[in-house]
Ligand binder design. Structure first.
Ligand code: TRP
Length: 466
């Protein structure tokens, strides 16, 4: 339904908004990045601190972003500008969201590269299902090195890497070009339920066929001696990435929310669902990996290398592997549409062009940047674009974009959002939006004004210079 005068669409219902926002949050961050980060950072200590970050920093920032969007009913920079104007504050605050829109575009460009890998593994397991048949394990008769070698094999084929990247981006563009109701909402409403069914099925399968006990004690045994500064930084970065924060994505979705949606409640549901999926993803992946006697600290290779090897030894391995990667594909797609929507909404509202034209322009830009990321693992492996910055000295193009967005854009965007919402914007306007009263309201306000910006600044400085 269009809102009179603003020419912009709204979610068709509260549940559509929740599904779309949960779809944005739940993605490769949960299925791929969370288990990898937990495994590389020692398990339990990371997980506990992660949950702490979600509650104390992620949730208050999430509510702040959504309410700015809903107040403004426009693309993210315009929404910030309107709230600033209504608060008699300088409209220049909109720059916080302009940075965010730009960062979302950067993230989109390399997110689609990983989305492409997921597509490749869908193909691999589909082919294997025909070869191995339904009941046996995956990759019958093939050596573990062979299965592990699928990833470097794919990396080595530049044309394949670019093709996969563009394929995933094209699917994303297709749905964003169709708009809110018949594109983004459609993806969320149809794919997220399928995702949840497959996801629960695989978690239960992992619990029965894998080493569930070891996974539980690995993920939830809190050893405080392992909680170093580096682990804390990794946890807060992961919390932000997973909740889609700091880069205007949730502001953009908030702008399509109806006036009668309770934003505090909705934020709680989004953060709760996202965190539950991350925990369950750990409980789906680690039992399978442990049962195969593989290491938890395989990092990014966990999903693309360890898991396929583990499926070899499991009943219905090809089928489960196929279901697993289809499920990850759905989760990734509902996230990539949100990354594309933020810059697209900005471009078509700002320049007064059609949604389709804006999608094509932003998508073309992401395609060009994405090619550099897609080739970072072989052809451009020696290209170190940020070699002059010590912490990025070793980073290839892909890692540099990942690092700059997660370590600079996201925390800076979130700090500015907190200052804007907590200190600059008119408190009465904020109160009308947030759906909180009493103690909860005061707690949220204190978190946004003091705790979040200070904690984020401290963590960012430690991460960059410590
Ligand atoms: N949260 C998504 C994931 O976990 C990724 C994502 C979507 C994102 N939109 C975002 C990350 C906006 C940062 C900002 O996969």
């Amino acid at each position: 339904m269009a809102v009179a005068g603003s020419g912009h669409e709204n979610w068709s219902s509260r549940s559509a908004f929740i599904l779309a926002a949960v779809g944005s949050a739940v993605g490769l961050g949960n299925m791929w990045r969370f288990p990898a980060e937990a495994g590389e950072n020692g398990g339990g200590a990371f997980v506990l601190f992660y949950i702490f970050c979600v509650l104390l920093i992620g949730l208050p920032v999430l509510l702040s972003e959504i309410l700015v969007g809903r107040h403004g009913q426009a693309n993210a920079p315009e929404s910030v500008r309107r709230l600033a104007r209504d608060s008699n504050a300088p409209e220049g605050w909109s720059v916080l969201a302009s940075l965010g829109v730009f960062a979302a575009f950067l993230i989109l460009s390399f997110y689609c590269v990983v989305g492409g890998w997921v597509l490749y593994y869908v193909g691999v397991f589909l082919g294997d299902l025909f070869q191995t048949g339904l009941t046996g394990g995956a990759f019958e008769g093939r050596a573990a090195e062979d299965i592990e070698g699928l990833l470097p094999g794919m990396f080595g084929d530049g044309a394949l890497m670019v093709g996969l990247n563009l394929g995933f981006l094209a699917v994303t563009m297709f749905f964003v070009a169709r708009g809110i109701a018949s594109g983004i909402e459609w993806v969320a409403v149809y794919l997220m339920p399928v995702f949840f069914v497959l996801f629960l099925g695989i978690t239960i399968y992992g619990a029965f066929t894998g080493n569930f006990g070891q996974a539980v004690s690995y993920l939830f045994t809190f050893d405080f001696s392992k909680l170093t500064g580096e682990v804390m930084l990794a946890a807060v970065g992961q919390a932000f990435f997973s909740l889609s924060l700091g880069v205007a994505g949730m502001m953009t979705y908030g702008a399509y929310a109806n006036r009668d949606t309770n934003l505090a409640e909705t934020s709680g549901i989004i953060a709760g669902a996202d965190t539950a999926v991350a925990m369950l993803a750990g409980l789906a992946i680690f039992p399978i990996v442990f049962a195969a006697g593989l290491s938890a600290s395989a990092g990014p290779g966990l999903m693309f290398q360890s898991l396929p090897i583990a499926f070899q030894a499991m009943p219905f391995g090809s089928l489960i592997g196929l279901a697993f990667f289809i499920m990850v594909f759905f989760a990734a797609l509902t996230s990539s549409v949100s990354l594309l929507e933020a810059p697209t909404a900005y471009v078509f509202e700002k320049f007064g062009i059609s949604r389709v034209a804006a999608t094509l322009i932003v998508g073309l830009g992401a395609a060009i940047l994405g090619i550099l990321s897609a080739l970072s693992f072989n052809e451009l492996a020696e290209f170190r674009p940020l070699a002059f910055i010590p912490i990025f000295a070793e980073a290839n193009f892909f890692d540099a974009l990942d690092g700059v967005t997660a370590k600079l854009f996201m925390p800076i965007g979130a700090i500015l959002t907190c200052i804007f919402v907590g200190w600059v914007a008119d408190a009465k306007l904020i109160d009308e939006e947030n759906g909180l009263d009493g103690v909860l309201h005061q707690t949220w306000r204190a978190l946004v004004r003091y705790v979040c910006p200070l904690a984020l600044a401290a963590i960012m400085l430690v991460g960059l210079f410590g």
